[in-house]
Design a protein around this ligand. Structure first.
Ligand SMILES: *Cc1c(COP(=O)(O)O)cnc(C)c1O
Length: 476
């Protein structure tokens, strides 16, 4: 399988080369030259790892079977995931929730970021690359925590994470600033996620800086969802969810809708790849919060990220320039003109593909959804999943099988979740609310959160957007 940049550079790369490089020199994203079709769905009796191996071997064709198995087993195991199924499906008569939050940092980013460090190490070996890789990442919260956890203390790699100082939850921030590991650096940014991400992209492509780093034995790499090593592992759980439905009695070949709470468009794009590979997906339902740039596109066919930015209670979806949308534009249209509009924040029109439909949820609607699902099912969902549940209610074709992709544990967003249930929780701080939530659900507070409050703060730097480049130089 060869990979090409979305921006027209004709150089073909192997999977391992794209995993090391992250982003193409012309600023494009790497895409496989074709989406492979799977002859038959993996057997529904096989486990998560078997699904992962079967799907990924079609993309990572320069990895040996042993290498793929080694990477998969190093990522998806009892140390890294608290659920034996890795990605269990919580089934109710109406709708199922695909729980992607049983990894180290309790959010769906762990699905790919527990695997990426292993894919990267193997890729570095294969490409005989002696340089220290500098993982440079902008995060809206969950990527940062998850990437830090995945890459900490991995030889040959340093990781620098920039997060918007006022754009992540108290608990996400506490996670990042207390992160241990001799190769990790965490820096707050005075700006929003899109600003930070755009600046990271610029730093990546700064030729002079890259030359300077190369002289010193360094090279940039990316753990952001634009890396193919993150996209490909995400295809797996769509197949796995389907297998679990079949195992639960659904007839094979039944079309299923997936509702995906969307920010950077990485998760749902993996669903699109799964569909193109032959998974019987009916609609991919793109759920947005009030930053509804994607909803507006799917409704009207006009994509326009030039609009006000809102901070919402689903911060991982507070994104107006969804990076991975570039891969969809490339797949559907491929014109450089549109891709340039995308990165230049100019609006453009593109025929809406039938595979998708968009919905969005207001803050009140998502809060109501948390309350309603808990009242009716005794099941607590996080604010991102609540956006997806709202989309489910708006779509409401109850005769169709539907899976809601649940992207975070409610514990990560205790304040929003608990105050949505009852305003009496407003007087508590985020940490006290973990205890309250535990009492309410009769489940223990997840281990990762138990001592969080008392951990030593190891990173307290905050910089302006314009200082990010110098900060990188200082760190290295
Ligand atoms: C990252 C994230 C999302 C958005 O996923 P994309 O792949 O960026 O669309 C949704 N929910 C949570 C909890 C996340 O961490």
């Amino acid at each position: 399988m060869r990979y090409f940049s979305t921006r027209g550079n004709k150089t073909a790369l192997t999977a391992s080369q794209t995993i090391v490089k992250g982003i193409a020199d012309d600023g494009g994203l790497y895409v496989p030259e074709e989406i492979p079709s799977l002859c038959g769905i993996p057997n529904e009796r096989s486990d998560y790892n078997a699904h992962a191996i079967e799907i990924m071997r079609h993309y990572l064709t320069d990895f040996t079977p042993d290498e793929i198995t080694h990477c998969v087993d190093s990522a998806y195991n009892k140390t890294n995931f608290s659920a034996p199924d890795i990605a269990p499906l919580f089934q109710t008569p109406q709708v199922s929730f695909l729980e992607l939050f049983h990894g180290k940092t309790l959010a769906f980013k762990d699905m790919a970021l527990s695997l990426l460090p292993h894919l990267m190490q193997t890729s570095l070996k294969k490409t005989e690359n002696p340089k220290t890789q500098v993982i440079l990442t902008a995060t809206s919260g969950d990527t940062g925590v998850s990437a830090l956890e995945g890459f900490k203390d991995i030889d040959g790699i340093k990781i620098i994470v920039f997060y918007p100082e006022n754009g992540v939850s108290v608990i996400q921030k506490q996670h990042m600033i207390t992160q241990t590991g001799k190769n990790v650096f965490v820096v707050g940014v005075k700006g929003n996620f899109d600003d930070a991400q755009s600046e990271v992209k610029r730093i990546f492509l700064d030729a002079q800086l890259n030359a300077q780093l190369a002289e010193n034995g360094y090279e940039f790499s990316s753990a952001n969802s634009i890396n193919t090593g993150r996209l490909i592992p995400q295809i797996v759980y769509y197949f796995y969810a389907y297998s679990q439905l079949v195992k639960g009695g659904m007839a094979a070949d039944t079309p299923v809708n997936f509702i995906v709470p969307t920010g950077n468009f990485g998760n749902i794009l993996a669903g699109y790849y799964a569909k193109k590979m032959g998974l019987p997906v009916s609609k991919l339902i793109c759920a947005s919060n009030e930053n509804k740039v994607l909803y507006d596109y799917f409704e009207t066919g006009t994509f326009d990220s030039n609009r006000p930015f809102y901070l919402t209670s689903s911060p991982s979806m507070d994104i107006l320039i969804p990076s991975n949308f570039e891969r969809l534009v490339y797949a559907l249209d491929g014109s450089l003109e549109k891709l340039n509009c995308l990165s230049g924040k100019k609006k453009f029109e593109m025929t809406v593909p039938e595979d998708f439909i968009g919905f969005y949820a207001t803050e009140n609607e998502s809060r109501d959804a948390i309350k309603k699902v808990f009242a009716s099912q005794g099941y607590l969902i996080d604010p991102h999943t609540a956006v997806a549940y709202t989309a489910y209610e708006k779509y409401a074709k109850s005769n169709e099988k539907t899976v809601i992709v649940s992207t975070a544990s409610p514990y990560k967003f205790a304040k929003t979740v608990m105050t949505s249930l009852d305003s009496k929780y407003e007087k508590y701080d985020d940490f006290a609310l973990l205890e309250q939530m535990s009492e309410l659900t009769k489940q223990e507070v997840p281990e990762q959160f138990r001592d969080l409050k008392n951990k030593e703060i190891l990173h307290n730097k905050a910089v302006e957007i314009g200082e990010m480049k110098n900060t990188v130089l200082e760190i290295l």
